[in-house]
Design a protein around this ligand. Structure first.
Ligand SMILES: NC(=O)c1ccc[n+]([C@@H]2O[C@H](COP(=O)([O-])OP(=O)(O)OC[C@H]3O[C@@H](n4cnc5c(N)ncnc54)[C@H](O)[C@@H]3O)[C@@H](O)[C@H]2O)c1
Length: 420
């Protein structure tokens, strides 16, 4: 049992950063850099993740199960677990529920010593208060045994200007005390923006990603429009971007990928469906973005047709399979859809990606060796589709840009990123 009131006890523990003990639950794309960021100020950060690969070489002490919590006196647990869609395209909150249940077991063991629980996973408005809070309330009292906050992660992997340490962090608490504690936690490591409730914070994150997903859909539709009008869409976007106000450039591409943009708007759409509201923008944007791989495959088909050839039996190289440049993340990557569509049409498909060497179990394919990515190697294919413009292709593979820009007569090149 603590001697001060529980809020002031926990507050002073967090303020004494050398003593604060923090656990990050989920050491993936978000949890790993977050743990490292917190380590800069709080020396006692560790992690837990059931995936042994995520626990190795993470740079903080890490464990594969919660058993070790028995021996520690943790002040803060930060939950960064996945929030995917189920097979029926509904929010799958099983990871958050399971991680919260593990934390609840720990709260029981702590018997009176308070813990701040911070949820970071992206989810629909209401999750923290309607789903997480009741799980914790089964084992303890809010404000006494635990405090609960929600702070969405805004990380943009690969963004060199805005990283996890300089992007302002939205913070919210189920009560004022919860907010005070999460502010004390994050304020020394990142600029914070306080909002009035977890619902507002949850919605803010979904607005940000829905904004992006719908704007990408808009520019993808403009790409199709420009194609029909025989206008270079990338030249149009570049020209429009010179307007200093009222326009924000988004670039067309092979579709929408990653764990966030294709998924997060569906969380909002699902929640609104339960309230009998149909989110029309989201629906239209989803349709356009998910049709883009087929559009680009049709461009390959057109290019081959012009040379009196068909996709069937043609050997086609897909360059880059990460969902965006310079990431090994292939979740929801449109490049995978492009590969599947080409294979369905009978093409013999090869892929190269400097960061993704193995696509199994998603697709049975072997990666083309880096050493084959030269003029002679590329010469052997009937078509090349640039799906992801990894910077390696421009910085470290001599001649590839010229080979693709000025291909030999027989080679069809389709550039989904407007970089050639
Ligand atoms: N990847 C991004 O760029 C990004 C950006 C902003 C927000 N987000 C959101 O952050 C959350 C995490 O995303 P991510 O990309 O890091 O996912 P991820 O799959 O890379 O990592 C999540 C990790 O959680 C682990 N895990 C699963 N159940 C667990 C449990 N009960 N206890 C502890 N660990 C558990 C998994 O093994 C995995 O390693 C998601 O809600 C996502 O939408 C992601």
């Amino acid at each position: 049992m603590t001697t001060l009131t529980n809020i002031s006890y926990l507050h002073s523990r967090i303020k004494q950063n050398l003593e604060t003990e923090i656990i990050v639950a989920g050491l993936g794309y978000v949890g790993n850099p977050l743990a490292k960021l917190l380590m800069k100020h709080y020396p006692r950060v560790s992690g837990v993740d059931p995936n042994p690969k995520r626990v190795e070489g993470v740079g903080v002490e890490a464990h594969i199960d919660y058993d070790y919590l028995r021996t520690t006196s943790v002040n803060v647990v930060i939950v960064c677990v996945p929030t995917p869609l189920s097979k029926t395209h509904e929010p799958d909150l099983s990871y958050i529920v399971s991680a919260t249940e593990d934390v609840a077991q720990y709260i029981i063991k702590r018997a009176g010593s308070p813990v701040l629980v911070v949820i970071e996973s992206t989810t629909y408005p209401g999750t923290t208060e309607e789903l997480i809070l009741p799980i914790l309330q089964k084992v303890g009292v809010l404000g006494k045994d635990f405090f609960l906050a929600y702070s969405p992660e805004r990380l943009d992997p690969g963004n060199e200007e805005w990283n996890i340490g300089n992007t302002p962090k939205i913070i919210s608490g189920v009560t004022e005390d919860c907010l005070t504690l999460v502010e004390a936690l994050y304020e020394p490591v990142v600029p914070v923006v306080k909002v009035s409730s977890p619902k507002v914070a949850e919605m803010t994150k979904l607005l940000e990603n829905t904004f992006r997903a719908t704007n990408v859909a808009l520019v993808n539709e403009i790409a199709i429009v420009c194609d029909k009008l025989e206008i270079d869409v990338w030249e149009v976007v570049k020209a429009a971007a010179t307007k200093p106000f009222g326009f924000m450039p988004f670039r067309p591409g092979p579709g929408l990928g990653g764990h966030c943009l294709p998924v997060d708007p569906q969380y909002l759409a699902w929640k609104l469906k339960t309230l009998n509201y149909n989110t029309r923008f989201i629906q239209t944007a989803t349709e356009i973005n998910s049709e883009m791989p087929a559009y680009w495959v049709s461009k390959v088909q057109d290019a081959l047709n012009e040379k009196q050839r068909s996709i069937k039996s043609e050997s086609i190289l897909v360059l880059g399979v990460g969902y965006k440049p310079d990431t090994d993340d292939i979740r929801e990557s449109p490049a995978l859809d492009i590969i599947k569509l080409l294979q369905d049409k009978g093409a013999v498909v090869y892929y190269h990606d400097p960061l993704v060497k193995d696509l199994s179990p998603l697709l049975e394919m072997k990666s083309v060796a880096d050493s084959e990515l030269n003029y002679d190697g590329i010469f052997g294919y009937g078509a090349v589709i640039l799906a992801t413009d990894h910077s390696v292709y421009f910085d470290q593979v001599p001649g590839i840009l010229d080979t693709l820009k000025y291909p030999p007569e027989h080679l069809c090149v389709v550039d989904t990123r407007g970089v050639l």
